[in-house]
Design a protein around this ligand. Structure first.
Ligand SMILES: C[S@@+](CC[C@H](N)C(=O)[O-])C[C@H]1O[C@@H](n2cnc3c(N)ncnc32)[C@H](O)[C@@H]1O
Length: 202
């Protein structure tokens, strides 16, 4: 399928589902099963965050993940500054409302051709945001162009139904990304890679 058609099909599908219930903040982030399931499927990401910093959530939807990570990291004395992009404009509007002190940190963009003018301490993304054949190359580009010195690229795969799990660590290794950690939950796989300059105590 033509790449532009692929993105437009996904964008429409996301907008139809995520925006179908204005009262459901979980649905606006792709999950409609409520707070408990949200915790079950997202709290594992805390394992990938071991210091404070600027956190870019690629595909941030309504900004709920950033919001809940800030809350979950608080007791450990860690602070993340929220940043996000998403290719659905209505979701970016919701994310800005959720993070009123950081409205300028959110913008409408497709990860495929996103070219930020800065780098981040954390960049989180999903493999499934681009067509299969573009996945590995997209991760390599994100690592090279958007993660700051000593920063971390966190790669997720949210497995929809069934038991198919992509080998995201293998995908990352296929483009020379040396995986430094993995975690996961029911329906979620996560792996991360560190940029040069990260040491245990920096
Ligand atoms: C499952 S939600 C993720 C929400 C939150 N970041 C999390 O991890 O729970 C996926 C979001 O990614 C966005 N998205 C999917 N493909 C994208 C792309 N190519 N570029 C930018 N955003 C994309 C969708 O619009 C949707 O809001």
């Amino acid at each position: 399928m033509d790449r532009e058609v692929w993105f437009e099909t996904l964008r429409r599908r996301v907008a139809d589902f995520y925006l179908s219930d204005p009262a459901d903040e979980f649905r606006q982030s792709g999950r409609s099963a409520g707070a408990e399931r949200w915790f079950e499927t997202r709290h594992c990401l805390v394992e990938a965050i071991d210091r404070s910093g600027d956190f870019m959530d690629i595909g941030c939807a309504n900004g709920l993940l950033l919001d809940t990570l800030i809350e979950w990291l608080g007791p450990d004395g860690l602070t993340i500054v929220p940043h996000g992009i998403d290719f659905v404009p209505e979701l970016i509007e919701l994310a800005r409302r959720r993070h009123p002190h950081h409205v300028d940190n959110f913008s409408v963009a497709n990860v495929w051709d996103w070219a930020p003018d800065r780098r981040y301490d954390y960049v989180r993304t999903n493999v499934e945001y681009v067509p299969d054949t573009d996945r590995a190359g997209n991760l390599r580009r994100l690592f090279d162009e958007t993660v700051g010195p000593g920063g971390r690229l966190i790669v997720c795969h949210y497995v929809g139904g069934g038991n198919q799990t992509d080998d995201i660590a293998g995908l990352m290794r296929s483009v020379g990304l040396d995986v430094s950690g993995i975690t996961g939950a029911d329906g979620v796989a996560v792996a991360w890679v560190d940029a040069p300059g990260r040491s245990a105590d920096s």
